[in-house]
Structures are given as C-alpha cells and as structure tokens.
Design a protein around this ligand. Structure first.
Ligand code: C2E
Ligand code: CA
Ligand code: CA
Ligand code: CA
Length: 274
C-alpha cells in the first residue's frame, strides 16, 4: 500500500498516463476540496529595502490533499485552468486573502497572483472592487501579479481589464519578469507599477556574473520606466547585499521567510513591525 501511495504522490514527469490520471482525479476533487477546506492561503513576506519600513506579503495557495499530501500549486492551477475552474480558484483565493489582510494589525500590502485566463474574465474587476468595499481594504494595499506571457496572449482584452483595475487604485505587477519576451515598448503601454525579477536570475546571483549583468540592466530599465523592482528568490545575505548595491527596491525569499500559514504570518508581522 505504501508503494501505491508513493506512486500517486510522485510528480508527473514519471509518465504521461500517470499524470493524465492524476489530473483527472484532481479535477474531480477540486470543488469538494474547496468545500472541505483542503485549500489554504499561505503568505510570504515581502520587504522594502528603503527606510520606509513598509511590508507586504504574497498570497500563495496550498492544497493539502487527504491522500496525496501537499500538491504543488503550479500543478493544480494548471488543472483549474484547463478545466474552466480557474475563476473559482482565483475568486476563492482573493476572498480569503483580502478578508484576512483587511484585519491585519499592520497596514501591510497584499499581493495576489492572477492566471492568464483571469485577465480575459470581464467580471473579475467588479468582483475585486466588491471585495475591497465589503472588507474595507484600501485598494492601494492590493497588488495583482500577472505574467508577461499572460498579458501578451490576448493583449487588447487583457489590457482593458488591467486598466479597469488600475483605475480603482489597485496596483499591478509583472511576475516572473525576464522569462517572457516583452519589449520595452510593450512594457511602457502596461498600467503596471512593479516588476518582479524571476527567481531564476536571483537564486545564484552571487555566483553568476551573467545574472548580475541581467539583473543590473533589468533594474535600470525598470527604473527608467518608473517601476518599482522586486527580486524574488533571495536566499542569502550575499545576494541581498548585491541587490542593495544594484538599487533593487523590494525583496522576497527564503532568506527572510518561507511562505507561512496565516497564523504564523501574523506572528511574523508583529515581530517585524518597527
Ligand atoms: P510565483 O508567483 O512566482 O511565486 C513564487 C514561488 O517561489 C512560490 O512557490 C514561493 O514559495 C517560491 N519561493 C519564494 N522564495 C523562494 C526562495 O528564496 N527560493 C526558492 N527556491 N523559491 C522561493 P509556490 O508557492 O510553490 O508557487 C508556485 C507558483 O504557483 C507561483 O509562482 C504562482 O505562479 C503559482 N501560484 C501560487 N498561488 C497561486 C494563486 O493563488 N493563483 C494563481 N493563479 N497562481 C498561484
Ligand atoms: Ca507571484
Ligand atoms: Ca514569480
Ligand atoms: Ca513562477
């Protein structure tokens, strides 16, 4: 039985058939998982390197499956996307995270990830605005993270929805920056205020001169466009020092904290308050 369990838990690179079956199983169980509170939102602290002392957190969804254990969000987000359930997942995460953030004792910023398909959902901006007024979370405290490839997929429609969110005072961030291929002129057209440099450029920053070159030019480019630059995947002090020297504005990574359950994040927040 242990072996069967192991097979079910193993990641999907082990074979198409298994991955296909696993995805089908996850699809069938997703709605139930929402009802049974198997889903949860973790929070990873985000720090400002200037002396403002501002703080933030990124909401990261988790699925604790009763038999399969923790399921990687990248896996079930993909399942939700391919089965038309992403709107359900996104709305659930938004409701949970915004409601919790509205009650934090510190006015920390909240970042929530959107999927590419969410940008094509014309009802989403009103849903978000409704949540903000319901919970009284000021729109300035909410940031929505989107990837470059998501925006470029159906640029006109996505842009329209992004502008509706921006017009409400919500800020927008380009996630995983550097992994897509947006040009400078495309970036200029987007109503975003933050670039998050993908962790693949940050994880070995202290070892790689190439990565330092890329990160330096990304920070300079971003600043030229008036954007705030965040580095994700900061795992040690040497990398923090480099990022400070390069003028990076915000940092996030295991060096500061892993994603935390809400209760632990509240402790972190009260400890971090200056
Ligand atoms: P992401 O948005 O790029 O999130 C950052 C990922 O990097 C998180 O993985 C986080 O745990 C991890 N990370 C943070 N700091 C470090 C570090 O110092 N070192 C390393 N090695 N990793 C670090 P996680 O939580 O597994 O999430 C993976 C991806 O799943 C996210 O990537 C995002 O694309 C997606 N995701 C997570 N939650 C949601 C959600 O609520 N909605 C949607 N649409 N996607 C989500
Ligand atoms: Ca993100
Ligand atoms: Ca990212
Ligand atoms: Ca990612």
């Amino acid at each position: 039985q242990g072996r069967l369990e192991q097979q079910r838990v193993s990641r999907y690179e082990t074979g198409w058939d298994e991955s296909h079956l696993r995805r089908l199983a996850l699809f069938g169980e997703f709605r139930q998982a929402l009802e049974d509170s198997q889903l949860d939102v973790y929070y990873q602290p985000k720090l400002w390197l200037d002396d403002s002392g501002s703080l933030g957190a990124e909401a990261l969804v988790r699925w604790r499956h009763p038999e399969m254990g923790m399921i990687n969000p990248e896996e079930f987000v993909a399942v939700a996307e391919s089965t038309g359930q992403i709107g359900l997942l996104t709305r659930w995460v938004l409701r949970r995270a915004i409601t919790q953030a509205a009650n934090w004792s510190v006015p920390a910023h909240l970042s929530v990830n959107l999927s590419a398909l969410d940008l094509l959902d014309d009802d989403l901006p009103d849903f978000v605005v409704g949540l903000l007024s319901e919970t009284e979370l000021p729109p300035e405290r909410l940031c929505l993270e989107i990837t470059e490839s998501a925006i470029m997929r159906e640029a006109d429609k996505s842009l329209h929805n992004l502008e509706r969110l921006r017009a409400q005072g919500i800020s927008l961030s380009i996630d995983d920056f550097g992994t897509g291929y947006s040009s400078l002129s495309q970036l200029k057209k987007l109503p975003v205020s933050e670039l998050k440099i993908d962790k693949s450029f940050i994880l070995n920053l202290d070892q790689s001169e190439d990565d330092q070159l890329i990160v330096r030019s990304t920070i300079d480019l971003g600043h030229t466009l008036g954007l705030t630059i965040t580095a994700e995947g900061v795992e040690n002090q040497a990398i923090e020092k480099l990022l400070l020297a390069l003028g990076c504005d915000r940092v996030q990574g295991f060096y500061y904290s892993k994603p935390l359950p809400h209760r632990d994040f509240l402790d972190w927040l009260s400890g971090a308050e200056r």
